[in-house]
Ligand binder design. Structure first.
Ligand code: FE2
Length: 313
């Protein structure tokens, strides 16, 4: 005898429900309010198996926007890079990407892709794609610049202008670093101006270049690494105080700790067994526009850092 027709409908539904429960993420556990916005951020991506696993994790964590902090595929193959991202995330997934040093030889082709992504209907972007851009996604402002790369531009001035009078969450994204704001062997490349402009305007800073993850305590002076608050799990960003997050474990490799500092609240790198992963922030937790839950998740080791960010305007 044939089973009842309703089982053909019920069984796939139950399977879907089971699958979704198994995929419970930190973002989902912190609230299911529609106003939650999870953004993934990383640089130094590559097209390795780990790179693909990081992208799959971006999807499974429920992120709805990806910020790529430069150094895309390391192969000067823009088409393959675009295809990898769009195949895993979906063709209509919003991505804001900024140039890294490895992207320079084929920059024009990369820029065409970045410019196309910036036209996503959920994003409102102005500026030079991948070089100096301000994008707004659901009220969150993302300012992308290229200090240490496109040196004929005043990125500090651009950040100041872009963030002036802006309310709500603000994120500064670029690729390179100052030596003290990374944990490997990278030298001073950006100048302090861009860091300080973001701090003065109360913007969270995320960078790449060094293949590691590290995030500071709340700093009231980034150039001199002045710690404003030693609470490492709950920090309030305001004009003059912010957090710097190095997120360079996008998949190409993981490097050891070389340059340490007392200003780091969490460090993940080859020494700690971190391989590849992304930094996530879920903004507007449970309808609170001023609260974000942020975490770094490694594709193999899971969540290795977690903290609450608050915004005081
Ligand atoms: Fe780089």
């Amino acid at each position: 005898m044939m089973p009842d027709k309703k089982y053909f409908v019920l069984f796939p539904l139950l399977l879907l429900l089971f699958y979704n429960c198994g995929n419970n993420s930190a973002a989902k556990q912190t609230g299911t309010n529609d106003t939650n916005i999870t953004i993934a951020m990383f640089g130094d991506q590559g097209t390795t198996d780990n790179s693909k696993k990081v992208l799959q994790m971006v999807k499974s964590e429920g992120a709805e926007l990806l910020i790529i902090n430069g150094d895309f595929d390391y192969k000067n193959d823009p088409k393959a890079w675009q295809q990898m991202n769009e195949t895993i995330l979906g063709k209509n997934f919003p991505i804001v990407a900024v140039a890294g040093n490895h992207d320079m030889p084929s920059w024009q082709e990369y820029q065409t892709i970045v410019a196309q992504w910036e036209k996503h209907p959920g994003l409102s972007c102005r500026g030079i794609p991948g070089v100096e851009t301000t994008c707004v996604y659901k009220g969150i402002t993302i300012v992308s610049t290229t200090p240490g790369l496109f040196n004929d531009m005043n990125h500090t001035q651009y950040i100041d202008n872009a963030l002036f009078g802006k309310t709500g969450w603000k994120i500064c994204s670029w690729h390179k670093n100052m030596a003290a704001m990374q944990t490997g062997g990278k030298g001073d490349a950006t100048g302090w101006g861009v860091y300080e402009a973001c701090r003065k305007n109360g913007a969270l800073i995320t960078t790449g270049h060094e293949h590691a993850y590290a995030r500071t305590f709340l700093l009231s002076d980034i150039e001199h690494q002045t710690i404003a608050d030693f609470n490492q799990s709950d920090m309030t960003i305001e004009k003059g105080k912010t957090v710097v997050v190095l997120s360079g474990l996008g998949g190409i490799s993981s490097r050891p700790l070389i340059h340490d500092g007392a200003w780091w609240a969490n460090k993940q790198n080859d020494n700690t067994g971190a391989t590849a992963g992304a930094f996530f922030c879920t903004f507007r937790i449970a309808g609170h526009p001023e609260v974000a839950e942020c975490y770094f998740k490694d594709i193999y080791k899971g969540i290795l850092d977690r903290f609450t960010l608050r915004l005081s305007q």
